[in-house]
Design a protein around this ligand. Structure first.
Ligand code: ADP
Length: 474
């Protein structure tokens, strides 16, 4: 039996991590990422369990799991997926071995990871301590410093008054970026280039953060001009092994949010790639990181790069890494949570060899002509692009699907993989042109403009790209 095989194998690898099989997984999430995890479970012969809000009772993620349970009756739509005691109760009542948090919602809440573990259920992610440390910008930066990883100069802690903000700006000079200390998703961020704007911008960013995250504390960093956003995918096991799965370039951003992601980063100096991946692994080993995670960096034009944060979870753009490495990240996450080590999974650094280029486009139900306002309603017609080298990850991309205003506007992730950047762009372009979506507006016309932009095709864009090219919107 499987257990015997592992027992023998692990003696060979000399590990004493306890192996305990996972037979059922509940996904504390919805939409495409819930389905992504269910697919991995089904392939591994693991029972999959969905939760869904009342508003989501017709949603596809409920159908794609072996079982589904309604949560958050009477609660607002988002709250249903944030109700820790109820989610844990559903898991316990239904004999669930492990919980996968997906991304967003509870995925970076250490109190959730802890509650799961305290209930005797496995959490498919890093330890609560590491989730907590990485979620706290100040603690994460300190860990980076301790591991010898370069960071952007920033405040030593959360800043709550415009006087403190002024003091930092006088000392370090402009430009700076204000970030919500307890936020994410690009919200509450402001770039400040003039001293006379510091106070007003601080007040505005802080009240935006308070409205969005319930806390107005800010974090201030030197603003890096014309950066590329490059992030390293990691996997760590419970025995302390860490490997990287190369990097992704997520520089194509609108309002600090990623729109198109590429793996590996095009035209990246191999020396920088080596250093970046090495630093990412060092940081992960330093904090005892296990399971999947991402270390994000900003790279400037002169070849310097700086750590910005760790995402202690699976990311929306994990797909492009899977395409170039051939490694199923979600299956790996589950195996690692069972106590299997990376060498046992056949994952040693030299065996991870990226092939070609993969691109992901986030097709959203947003109207580019109306400043990307979310569009809602019933999808009347839906035909997708397909064919060699195209992968689709979605939840509500079909005729008859109702796009509600309650959750994010991601419709389908389209991923193209080919031998070089230009070929994968051509494939993506062709696939997006095959789409027919009627009933709701999508950002496909905008994505096509990106894919036809010469700078983009040359693999040479930074985070200013969208702002500097207003013709992309037409
Ligand atoms: P979030 O957690 O909200 O996603 P991040 O810290 O990951 O925020 O930053 C998101 C994006 O904001 C980055 O990819 C980058 O484009 C921009 N950004 C963040 N910090 C800086 C900085 N110090 N200098 C320049 N751009 C930055």
């Amino acid at each position: 039996n499987v257990l015997q095989v592992y027992k023998v194998a692990r003696r060979c690898f000399g590990t004493d991590v306890q192996y305990k099989p996972i037979r059922s997984v509940l996904v504390a999430n919805r939409g495409e990422i819930a389905i992504r995890v269910f697919r991995a479970c089904t392939e591994l012969g693991i029972r999959s369990v969905a939760i869904y809000s009342e508003q989501d009772k017709m949603q596809m993620h409920r159908q794609k799991a072996d079982e589904g349970y309604v949560v958050g009756r009477g609660l607002p739509p988002v709250q249903a997926y944030l109700n820790i005691p109820e989610i844990i109760r559903v898991a316990k009542e239904n004999d669930v071995d492990a919980i996968h948090p997906g991304y967003g919602f509870l995925s970076e809440r250490s109190d959730f990871a802890e509650a799961v573990i305290n209930a005797g259920i496995r959490f498919i992610g890093p330890s609560p301590k590491v989730v907590q440390q990485m979620g706290d910008k100040v603690a994460a930066r300190q860990a980076a410093i301790d591991a010898g990883v370069p960071i952007v100069p920033g405040t030593d802690g959360p800043v709550t008054t415009s006087d403190e903000a002024m003091e930092f700006c006088m000392k370090h000079g402009l430009p700076v970026i204000f970030k919500a200390a307890y936020g994410g998703g690009g919200r509450g961020m402001r770039v400040v280039r003039q001293m006379e704007d510091v106070r007003e911008m601080f007040e505005r960013a802080s009240s935006e953060a308070k409205a969005a995250f319930g806390n107005g504390a800010m974090f201030i960093e030197k603003f890096i001009e014309r950066p590329r956003h490059i992030e390293v995918q990691l996997l760590g096991d419970k025995a302390g092994n860490v490997v990287h799965l190369y990097e992704r370039d997520c520089s194509v951003q609108r309002r600090h949010q990623k729109v198109v992601e590429i793996a590996p980063a095009p035209s990246l100096d191999p020396k920088i790639r080596n250093k970046m991946t090495e630093y990412a692994v060092k940081l992960a080993k330093h904090v005892g990181y296990s399971n999947a995670g991402t270390v994000e960096f900003l790279a400037d034009e002169s070849g310097n790069f700086y750590f910005i944060e760790v995402n202690a979870r699976l990311q929306v753009e994990h797909t492009v890494t899977e395409e170039i490495t051939g490694i199923d990240l979600v299956q790996s996450q589950i195996r690692i949570a069972e106590g299997i080590t990376l060498p046992e999974l056949g994952m040693t650094q030299e065996k991870i060899v990226p092939q070609g280029f993969a691109i992901q486009c986030r097709v959203t139900t947003e109207d580019p002509a109306k400043n990307f306002q979310p569009d809602t309603g019933r999808i009347e017609v839906f035909r997708s692009g397909e064919g060699m080298g195209i992968r689709l990850d979605s939840a509500s991309a079909f005729a008859g699907a109702i796009i509600s205003p309650y959750y994010d506007s991601l419709l389908v992730k389209v991923i193209a993989h080919a031998g070089d950047l230009q070929s994968s762009c051509a494939k993506m372009n062709r696939a997006l042109r095959e789409f027919r979506v009627r009933g709701v507006k999508t950002n496909i016309p905008f994505l096509l403009n990106v894919l036809e932009n010469q700078k983009f095709l040359n693999g040479n864009v930074d985070t200013y790209f969208i702002d500097e090219n207003p013709q992309l919107f037409h």
